[in-house]
Design a protein around this ligand. Structure first.
Ligand SMILES: [Zn+2]
Length: 156
């Protein structure tokens, strides 16, 4: 099963399979003690579409709080290099929120723009996926961001 996310029904789409969704949804913060989790998103490009091939899990050295997630940047860079050898391209990040319907925080907004600016890449935009505590599809927010704008994608 695959799901398409985009700005408009027939425009470019971000395609996420249920296998990849499960890799993120298994970290839903369903209990009061569950900490934020997150990782990186890797994809291949086909025509105008972006197929997400992997959502990597949190690492033991990430700094995880109930309302914060700070990944180990050095490990992230290594992961990006290793994935590139398997033709999987870094396209953005994902993380969880302890809220039913997830939405980006002011810090998320800052970090996605910074991530876009600081990375060496040829992408026109970066993905940010946030997983809340509701079941799919209400429990996911898929954003596309560049230096200035951030857009919430719809599932078509
Ligand atoms: Zn967040």
């Amino acid at each position: 099963m695959i799901y398409r996310f985009g700005i408009e029904p027939n425009g470019p789409a971000i395609i996420i399979s249920d296998v990849v969704l499960e890799k993120m949804f298994r970290y839903q913060q369903l209990r009061d003690s569950d900490l934020e989790a997150g990782g990186q998103l890797f994809a291949r490009f086909e025509g105008q579409d972006t197929y997400i091939l992997d959502a990597t899990p949190p690492k033991p050295t990430d700094k995880r709080g109930r309302h914060s997630f700070r990944p180990n940047k050095w490990l992230q860079k290594l992961e990006i290099r290793a994935k590139r050898l398997c033709a999987q391209h870094f396209v953005g990040d994902w993380h969880t929120h302890p809220e039913l319907i997830p939405s980006k925080s002011p810090i998320d907004r800052e970090s996605i723009h910074a991530c876009f600016r600081e990375s060496r890449h040829q992408l026109k935009a970066f993905l940010m996926v946030i997983v809340g505590t509701e079941a799919f599809p209400n429990g996911i927010a898929v954003y596309l961001a560049d230096n200035d704008n951030i857009k919430l994608l719809k599932q078509w």
